[in-house]
Design a protein around this ligand. Sequence first.
Ligand code: ZN
Length: 171
Amino acid sequence: MTKKSGYIFVLLILASCSSSGQEQKIKTGNTEHMYYIQKSDEEWKSELTDDEYRVLIQCGTELPGTGKYNNFYKKGKYYCAACGQLLFDSGTKYSSGSGWPSFFDVISDSSVVLIEDRSHGMVRTEVRCSDCGGHLGHVFNDGPEPTGLRYCINSVSMKFVEEEEANNKDK
Ligand SMILES: [Zn+2]
């Protein structure tokens, strides 16, 4: 599958969710999503640090207040720590007081896949990278305007690049 058709597949999932008639700010895709990047457990283990592997691949969570991007407000862009896909812009980052980096929006709806998560006795919406399936965090309906969303993301799951460098990288 080419990268382009992968994105089209994501759009189809989002479209099918929004046409279900449910008025929800957070739309989870129940359809199986095909991740563009497929790697074995061993490959991920050898490429990622222990912390990155535990959070991104084993769906772990860093302790609140410990992440390097929690109280961090430089201008730039945040990329997936596993595959390098662009995920968030510092312009949408805000202080939620939760202990994890918080954003009110993603770069693009097609950058992430949202999955209903019923683990730990709660119903939450998990956020994964749409290219590699890496676990990023969760999204909640208690964020600020204009979206009302709070993307609660592990620092370990992201790599920050400062504005000037990020602009060159995207060219
Ligand atoms: Zn990724």
